[in-house]
Design a protein. Structure first.
Length: 329
């Protein structure tokens, strides 16, 4: 029998190098929930694309030459060059476009045009209805580790940088219906394999498929003046323990149709890795320390009990150490 350790709330969870993690009949909340915006439940998986194809976002050549167009261009630049444009709010080495490929336009890579029309929306992560302004601030807080930035916090609500980024999203969503989950939204979920997932197997996949871009130690690659070439996947320059990508299932879904870069194709849902390989390598990269969860409750166990009751390795023993110590901010 494959051992499951998904929800050991009252004990330190263990995931040794050879341990396999498997589902025990529990489906993610996003899958169980109804696609009901009025009830403000978590949205279920986006529908499959039909003959009509994905939303056709406008060309950058069509950005108007006026004040709104200027805001769109600023937002586009901030999204793709976040460290350079909004670096005072970035406490690691990430850019928004690292998790949203194709400048935020690629379907099945959490495209901006698909997110725009479903907000304001309830999010289980903070248990209330979020505006898009707040949603972007959350990305800065977790994926960009804003606590470790020069400012020490995300952009203030309704600040110019957030207005610009929302202008970019609004522009990309032109013609898309409001209040409807569109094909290509988010990442295409993949079921947990029958064998569960293995950190040890994932290490081999990482060495063969990922290290060439992200380095053997997961630190990514940067130019001499600090500009990102490929993002860090763990360590001080990576997303923190509160970011959505620290969830093994989320990382596996992203990796499946988006990585390795140039081999996978999210538009055509072409995968270079098997489901098993995607889950295994997602577990491996998330079995390393990264900046602490900004919601830290004073102990790893308390933080895990309150904020990490999902598919992750926070407060889990891996390679003889309990994860969640954090790398400092």
């Amino acid at each position: 029998m494959i051992e499951s350790i998904r929800k050991m709330r009252n004990h330190t969870r263990r995931a040794g190098a050879g341990l396999l993690l498997a589902a025990v009949g529990l489906a993610p909340a996003a899958v169980l929930a109804q696609d009901d915006l009025k009830a403000q439940k978590e949205l279920k998986q986006a529908p499959d694309v039909g003959e009509e194809g994905y939303h056709q976002y406008p060309s950058v050549d069509d950005i108007p030459d006026d004040e709104f167009g200027a805001a769109v261009r600023r937002g586009m630049k901030a999204f793709n060059q976040t460290q350079q444009v909004a670096g005072e709010y970035v406490g690691n080495g990430q850019n928004c476009s690292n998790c949203h490929l194709g400048k935020g336009m690629a379907p099945n890579s959490a495209p901006l045009w698909a997110a725009w029309g479903v907000y304001p929306k309830y999010r289980g992560k903070n248990d209330h209805v979020n505006t898009m302004d707040e949603r972007i601030r959350g990305c800065f807080t977790y994926s960009m580790n804003a606590k470790g930035s020069e400012k020490g916090h995300p952009p203030k609500p309704d600040s110019q940088i957030l207005k610009d980024m929302q202008a970019y999203m609004f522009w990309a969503a032109q013609g898309a219906p409001v209040g409807k989950s569109l094909p290509g939204r988010g990442y295409k979920e993949i079921p947990m394999p029958d064998k569960g997932y293995s950190v040890a197997r994932g290490e081999k996949v990482y060495e063969e498929q990922c290290a060439i871009c992200h380095s053997d130690d997961g630190s990514g690659k940067f130019t001499a003046d600090g500009k990102q070439i490929f993002p860090a996947l763990w360590g001080k320059k990576a997303y923190n323990w509160g970011a959505g990508m620290h969830r093994v299932n989320t990382a596996a879904a992203f990796i499946k149709y988006n990585m390795p870069l140039g081999k996978a194709n999210p538009v055509e849902k072409h995968a270079a890795l098997s489901d098993q390989e995607a889950w295994d390598v997602a577990a491996f990269l998330n079995s390393h320390e990264r900046p602490q969860d900004p919601r830290f409750e004073g102990s790893k166990k308390t933080t895990a009990d309150k904020w990490h009751q999902h598919e992750c390795l926070y407060n889990t023993e891996v390679r003889g150490e309990v994860l969640g110590e954090g790398t400092g901010n």
